[in-house]
Each structure stands twice: as C-alpha cells, then as structure tokens.
Design a binder for this molecule. Structure first.
Ligand SMILES: Nc1ncnc2c1ncn2[C@@H]1O[C@H](COP(=O)(O)OP(=O)(O)OP(=O)(O)O)[C@@H](O)[C@H]1O
Ligand SMILES: [Mg+2]
Length: 353
C-alpha cells in the first residue's frame, strides 16, 4: 500500500518504504522532496536517530541497525557530523569555542582542538572571527560556523539537513558555491537535504528524489532533467531553466564529416560540398584536431596550386569544456554574427552548430 492508503486504513503515517541507494565516497548526494516526503526521517535513519524497521545501513562494513549502544555511539562519532537548518550554535560561546565543541566533548587536548577548529574556520572563510559571538554574525556566517564545527569533527560523512534554507536567496547561492568549492578541495562525502529543486540541481552530484516516503528517481541532475522517471518528476522539473544545468556535452552531435591532413584542397572542398557545409575540421591520423579549413581558404589553396591544406587552416574557432552549462554558451553565439562551428574539447568529437 502507498502512504495515503495506509493513512486512511490505519491512521499511521508511512515514514519510509523500500529505500535503497548508495552514497559514493567523496560525492555530494542530495536528498530532495517536498515537505513531508520523508527527507529528515531518512537522514536520521542514517545515523540511527530514528530506528528502521528492517533493512541494512552499512558504512565501512558496519551495519548500523544492529550495533549495540556503545558501538553505535562510537560509529556516530566517527562517521557522522551534522549541520542543522537553524545553525544550533551556543550563544554564550565564541566562534572558536563553538567550532571546537565536538572535539572538546571527545576529550581532544586543548592545543590540538584549537588548531583543528582554527583550520576548519579558515576553510569556511571565517579567519579573524574566532572571538566573536554568534549574535554578532549574519545568518550566513553563523551557518559557516556550523559547517566549521562539523568539519572539525572530521567524520566520514557530513549530513546537512536543509542547512541553507534559513538563509536569504543571495547568501544561499553564495553558500552553495562555497560548499561546492569546499567539496572539490576536501572531497567530503556529503548527504545534503533540500526541498529546493534549484539547489538540488545546482549542487548535487546525484539526487535522490523522494515522494511520500518512497524513492521516485535517483540520478544526476542531467539524468533527472532529460530522463524523468515518471509524470511526477516531469511536473516537478517543469519550470527549471535547463540551460543552466545541461552542459555542452548534452548538446554535442557527432560531426558528419572531417578532412584528413593528407587531403588536398580539392578533396576537402568536395567533402564540404557533399555535406553542404562551408568549413571543415581537419584531423590527423589519430583524429586529433589540427584546425579548421574554410571553403574560401580551400579555394585559395587550389588557385595557389598547393597540394596541402595545412598552411590554409585557421585556429579561429571557439572551444568550450564539455561541462560548461549551455546557458554560458548562448552569449558566444550572439557575439559572432555568423553561425560558426563550435568545438567541444574532447578529441574526435565535435559539435556542429
Ligand atoms: N516522530 C514522528 N511521528 C510520527 N510521524 C512523523 C514523525 N516524524 C515525522 N513524521 C511524519 O513523517 C513524514 C515525513 O516527515 P519528515 O520530517 O521526514 O519530512 P521532510 O521531508 O523532512 O519534510 P520538511 O521538508 O518539511 O522538513 C511526515 O508526514 C511527518 O508528519
Ligand atoms: Mg525535514
């Protein structure tokens, strides 16, 4: 039975049902769903703040639901640290003392915890604020302290439940960017909860989409946008500006034709005519790009009785990385009056626009 039916028949709310997914080392996995879909329940099952009825939650070979109390505490301490939506800082402690808190209760010696907390404050851009109190900081800065405190624990997995939801939109965007940078520097395995689709698409390596306590789709932002699992997901993503998420790679098409370095100008021109194009990419034996030959230049080569097209190649074409959002490419087209070829930097695969 699904959640509404269970509720009607039994008066009970289905928390989570049949959830199964992996979190890869170093990835930022987003759990996303509308309010009440079970996100917080799910993240609390991971560190067993909520007990599951059945199933396994395995980290480092340890099955969390079967751990005895002491082992569970140890497992939580070692593997999980949490960042909360409402920051949950101690108002009577300084920034530095807040960041040290986890280490302090673990009995880490003073000088060492001071250094670790200082380093993690530095990571989140709060150097110089060590002696301030939380009420002297903006919301965004307070959440940085929360993040620094979590990082100082150096747990395997960072759990972030709506960590940016209390921040206003601009600060929130900044924090998302910073989390991404932090993540690429530190490769911290992170489970991030949000009900905000843009946020999920912006920061997630993969997204687990929940509805009524069940998983509707797991996939990369691109997969969710291009291959929505069902009508629910389709409706969910309706208003999204895809060009900001989809990358150049998703728009690449194999080239219809290329010229070889050994081709003479007549052959190259012939190929262009065959395919109704006015310029052609020239590649070497290994299909590495040598340059672009335009029809005018090929004609000139014929007039000048050149056997080789190589001196007539131009490097005047734009290259973009495959992971560039399409949105950033549009400006490039309007910059150039004529429709020109655009190459996407992966050997032997170019897009023709
Ligand atoms: N302790 C509880 N006892 C009974 N039902 C609960 C309990 N905690 C949560 N629920 C119910 O479980 C469902 C999922 O709640 P949960 O807090 O996981 O949602 P969520 O996706 O985190 O929502 P939000 O975006 O609002 O934080 C809700 O219908 C909620 O009413
Ligand atoms: Mg929640």
């Amino acid at each position: 039975m699904k959640r509404p039916e269970i509720l009607e028949k039994t008066g009970q709310t289905l928390g989570l049902s049949n959830i199964s997914f992996d979190v890869y080392e170093g990835e930022l996995l987003v759990i996303m769903g509308l309010s009440g879909s079970g996100k917080s329940t799910l993240i609390r099952c991971l560190n067993r703040l909520i007990d599951t009825t059945e199933g396994e939650i395995v980290i480092d070979g340890e099955n969390i639901p079967t751990l005895k109390e002491k082992a569970l505490l140890e497992c939580r301490r070692r593997h999980f640290s949490m960042v909360f939506q409402n920051f949950a800082l101690f108002p009577h402690r300084t920034v530095q003392q807040n960041a040290e808190f986890g280490l302090e209760i673990r009995g880490v010696e003073k000088a060492e915890r001071h250094k670790i907390a200082h380093d993690s404050l530095k990571q989140v851009g709060l150097e110089g604020w060590e002696d301030a109190y939380p009420n002297q900081l903006s919301g965004g800065m307070q959440q940085r302290v929360g993040l620094a405190r979590a990082l100082a624990n150096d747990a395997t997995v960072l759990l972030m439940d709506e960590a940016f939801s209390a921040l206003d939109p601009l600060i929130r965007k900044d924090m998302q960017q910073e989390l991404l940078q932090l993540q690429s520097r530190m490769q911290k395995t992170t489970v991030f909860i949000t009900h905000d689709l843009d946020e999920a698409l912006n920061i997630g390596d993969r997204i687990v989409l929940l509805k009524d306590g069940e998983v509707v789709q797991i996939g990369t932002p691109e997969e969710i946008l291009t291959q929505p699992a069902d009508d629910y997901v389709r409706r969910f993503i309706e208003g999204v500006d895809r060009s900001r998420i989809l990358t150049a790679e998703s728009a690449m098409r194999p080239l219809r034709t290329t010229a070889r370095e050994s081709d003479g100008p007549r052959t190259a021109l012939h190929r262009m005519r065959d395919h109704s194009i006015d310029s052609i990419y020239v590649v070497d034996r290994d299909r590495r790009l040598l340059g672009l030959l335009e029809a005018d230049a090929a004609s000139r080569a014929i007039e000048e009785k050149s056997d080789s097209i190589i001196p007539y190649l131009t490097q005047d074409f734009r290259k973009v990385p495959m992971d560039e959002p399409l949105h950033n490419l549009f400006a490039m087209f309007s910059e150039r009056a004529s429709l020109s070829p655009l190459s996407i930097s992966k050997i032997s695969c170019w897009a023709w626009w």
